[in-house]
Write a new protein. Structure first.
Ligand SMILES: Cc1cc2nc3c(=O)[nH]c(=O)nc-3n(C[C@H](O)[C@H](O)[C@H](O)COP(=O)(O)OP(=O)(O)OC[C@H]3O[C@@H](n4cnc5c(N)ncnc54)[C@H](O)[C@@H]3O)c2cc1C
Lengths: 386, 246
């Protein structure tokens, strides 16, 4: 593959290679022919959820006793890359289920909660979402207003969460709220709980093939058995984001590869001034820069996978990768769009859709600026958030 | 019930094919390979039989280590175990030699049913199912588009130029698979990981020699470029004078 210039995929073992290849077949057959239409219609392909589950995409790193595959972070990365090759919204669905719903229940949940929710989340019978951001609290989640008041047998939840991927299709929402002492706790709010409602955001011009919703809690009673017993403080939701951001770092490489390949193919067949535009130096320079940046982003993703799998990665390593790789993908997609000229603005091609998607990807899971500050603090020892 | 399927590693149908240096075969370098599509129907059918009837399933191929890639894929789709008949240049075998290999392996395993693709896309001899059925004295159903399993026998639908037929055959039986028999599944991640734990048994078979072989191979001529015509008159003219079909 042209975009894997440094042959990094040669490092995959036989099973990993097979997983990659079947995912590529899956994406080529089930997603790529339709994604432009879904995106324009603002429709998430619900029918694929069952297929994702059959492929094993919803419990990649989860233990086998709950129906997971117990595979490495590297495989998780490959999955994110291959899915985001098609569309960031498709990858988002899988990221949320794996990293933001299954992961917190596995890490902070009781055995009973794990048994009740994880197998169904892995089999796709249940869809989950992750509610941290609020209308007035994004980059600074500690400022959240949603709160939970202890009552007999449970908590009463009030507040709202905003920008929640899969929000209105979720059977269970992992919701982060402050208790009476101001300590952040995790609540498993189920569809149908009295006082819990959702509202889908319909006017996004980014990630249109992904559902984003507001969650509203109006005196919602959450029984004690739905409170994550081992989650205390902001570090619990942040630890989930570290997992998801890792997937984004890999996914962004997929976007970059897709738009690069599209640009290369287009440039070889599009004729201007009597010859293929690929024969102009300005186009070649763009392509050479794109390949260089993709190679760099790939190296970052691969090394990060090693650090994750050997337990040496910190959230800062993940911040660098998320920040760098999403920015790279945007720059690659933008140049691909330019190489495609007017055609680049059509949904029949992929570059513009990727570019529009990546704007949200650069914002969610910690904006580019927030990751800059995380690295800045690491480098200087000086915190500059406030 | 034991079901055996035989698969061949063939060049991907989407690959660009060039002749080998001796002009008798295709150039096999840098070509992606797949399971022969008709053999994949056979694999899918066997896996479905395993799921619905608990059949024991075995996949067999002839070749070198490279063929394990296709065997692993069949295992990842759900076949229980694999047998590799070792041969360093399997693509040079003629249909009788391949037929003999299948017969040999079948004699060791005694399957109730053997499913083969109706042809391999690189050879097109259509010969194996009849050869194997004859040599093993099994019943034979060719070009099946639908299979149903009854006690100790199989019911098959076939399409002929005159109409559709339904056949019934008692086990043991050889069936050849036609397009439409089923929609082969993609292996899933669990299947791929489980295939790692399944065995590929390697065996050797002494093959008889025959006195026929492929003498030359020429790839099809490259497709001509697209020509855009302005109107129907031009089209009729082109069909008469250039394509010469009118
Ligand atoms: C499509 C989509 C899906 C999402 N899915 C989810 C989800 O599933 N769950 C969830 O909880 N959230 C989700 N989010 C929310 C996302 O995580 C937030 O949008 C993000 O954290 C940024 O918050 P904000 O939008 O409130 O921006 P703000 O925090 O208001 O930031 C606005 C701008 O100010 C900058 N800024 C803020 N603070 C500083 C500072 N200290 N120094 C310098 N610059 C600063 C930011 O970088 C940004 O550019 C989603 C968002 C989108 C767009």
């Amino acid at each position: 593959m042209l975009a894997d210039f440094y042959l990094l995929d040669d490092e995959l073992n036989e099973e990993e290679r097979q997983i990659r290849d079947t995912l590529r077949e899956f994406v080529k057959k089930e997603i790529l022919p339709h994604i432009g239409d879904w995106w324009l219609q603002g429709k998430f392909p619900m029918h694929l959820i069952k297929k994702f589950a059959e492929m094993g995409l919803l419990g990649i790193t989860a233990p086998e006793e709950y129906g997971g595959l117990n595979l490495s972070k590297r495989v998780y990365g490959i999955v994110a890359r291959e899915l985001e090759y098609a569309d960031s919204g498709i990858r988002s669905f899988v990221s949320v289920q794996n990293s933001l719903v299954i992961y917190p229940i596995l890490t902070y949940g009781s055995d009973e909660q794990k048994r009740r929710f994880i197998p169904k989340l892995i089999s796709g019978e249940m869809i989950g979402c992750f509610g941290l951001t609020e209308p007035d609290s994004g980059s600074d989640p500690a400022s959240m207003k949603t709160h939970a008041k202890k009552t007999k047998g449970g908590y009463i939840l009030n507040g709202a969460k905003m920008w929640i991927t899969n929000g209105s299709i979720a059977d269970v929402a992992v919701v982060w709220a402050k208790d009476e002492n101001g300590i952040i706790k995790g609540f498993l709010v189920e569809k149908g709980f009295e006082g819990f409602s959702t509202q889908e955001l319909k006017t996004k011009i980014s990630l249109r093939a992904s559902i984003t919703s507001e969650l509203i809690f109006n005196d919602v009673f959450v029984p004690d058995e739905n409170v994550l017993p081992y989650a205390e403080g902001l570090k619990a939701p942040l630890s989930c984001l570290t997992q998801a951001r890792y997937g984004i770092a890999w996914g962004a490489v997929g976007c970059a590869m897709a738009t690069f390949e599209e640009a290369v193919n287009y440039s070889k067949t599009r004729i201007a001034f009597g010859k293929p535009i690929a024969s102009f130096q300005l186009i070649q320079e763009k392509l050479a820069d794109m390949l260089t940046e993709i190679t760099e982003a790939q190296l970052v993703a691969w090394r990060l996978a090693e650090l994750m799998d050997s337990g040496r990665a910190s959230f800062r390593h993940v911040s660098l990768a998320k920040r760098n790789n999403v920015r790279t993908a945007i720059e690659v997609a933008r140049r691909a769009r330019a190489i495609l000229g007017a055609n680049g603005t059509l949904a029949e091609y992929h570059s513009m859709r990727h570019l529009a998607n990546l704007e949200a990807v650069e914002t969610y899971e910690g904006t580019y600026e927030i990751h800059t500050l995380i690295l800045g603090e690491y480098i200087t020892g000086i915190e500059a958030f406030r | 019930m034991k079901v055996m399927v035989f698969i061949k590693r063939v060049p991907d149908t989407a690959a660009i094919i060039k002749p080998s240096s001796d002009g008798k075969d295709i150039n096999r370098e840098n070509v992606p390979f797949i399971i022969n599509p008709y053999d994949e129907f056979a694999v899918e059918e066997a896996v479905k039989l395993k799921e619905s009837k608990g059949a024991e399933t075995v996949v067999v191929s002839i070749g070198g280590d490279e063929v394990k890639e296709q065997l692993r894929r069949a295992l990842a789709m759900g076949i229980d175990r694999a047998i590799l008949v070792k041969h360093s240049e399997f693509w040079k075998l003629n249909p009788s030699q391949i037929g003999e290999s299948i017969v040999e392996v079948a004699k060791r395993e005694n399957p109730d049913m053997i499913i083969l693709g109706k042809l391999t896309i690189d050879d097109y001899t259509y010969s194996l199912a009849p050869y194997v059925a004859y040599k093993l004295n099994y019943n034979l159903i060719t070009y099946a588009t639908k299979l149903e399993y009854l006690d100790g026998k199989v019911k098959a639908e076939r399409e002929t130029d005159l109409g559709n037929e339904v056949w019934e055959a008692e086990f043991p039986v050889v069936v050849s698979a036609e397009r439409g028999l089923n929609e082969p599944r993609l292996p899933n991640m669990r299947g791929i990981m489980m295939a790692k734990r399944k065995t590929i048994e390697e065996i050797e078979i002494n093959l008889p020699q025959y006195t026929y072989s492929i003498e030359t191979f020429t790839p099809p001529p490259p497709r001509k470029g697209v020509k855009i015509l302005e109107n129907v008159d031009e089209l009729i003219k082109a069909l008469k004078e250039e394509v010469k079909v009118l």
